[in-house]
Design a protein. Structure first.
Length: 184
């Protein structure tokens, strides 16, 4: 049985190549190779990953924290303060400006494909068994490159000049991107 969630047409189906595999650059672009992989990711460059999946960059270290004045992210406790419900826009705006709002920070491998100023990441909430909640939509979150750290690019959901704070709610109907915040 392959590792991973074993979901057909999912990058984590357990049949993708491991980081560092020599097969990541063993394929060649020609008229017989589709331009896109099984997930719709464009096959990039002249040396291609063999198999159904294009090479997807996974995050290295990531943290949830509070945005500091210099634009960096400080780890705080609790990492994920969760509200029962966000009753209205005023309350959401209040939380977004409070010490309970959070910012995602991820370190991403430096590569020609990751040398971008921003990227949209689809975030799907999972239950304790690692399965997606059926009634909770995935949320597209814009991440912005904010320098380098430990030889990797730093991408954050909010910097000192861009992005939105992230708030967590148990109420499924709260989950979406608003003008002033992102609720997960």
């Amino acid at each position: 049985k392959p590792a991973g969630e074993n979901m057909y047409m999912s990058y984590d189906a357990g049949i993708n190549l491991a980081e560092g595999s020599p097969l990541l650059k063993a394929g060649q672009k020609n008229d017989f190779v589709p331009d896109f992989d099984i997930l719709g990711v464009e096959r990039y460059g002249k040396e291609l990953q063999l198999g159904a999946y294009s090479n997807v960059f996974r995050t290295g270290k990531y943290v949830l924290g509070k945005l500091k004045q210099d634009g960096s992210v400080a780890v705080v406790v609790p990492a994920i303060p969760i509200f029962d419900k966000i009753p209205d826009g005023w309350y959401r705006q209040y939380i977004a400006k409070s010490k309970l709002a959070r910012t995602f920070k991820a370190q991403i491998q430096i590569h020609e494909r990751t040398k971008v100023s921003s990227a949209t990441v689809q975030i799907r909430l999972l239950n304790k068994d690692g399965k997606a909640y059926e009634n909770v939509p995935a949320v597209d979150v814009e991440f912005f490159r904010n320098g380098e750290e430990n030889g990797k690019y730093v991408f954050q959901s909010m910097t000192s000049t861009k992005g939105k704070p992230i708030i967590f709610s148990y109420n499924e109907s709260d989950v979406k991107v608003y003008d002033d915040a992102i609720v997960l």
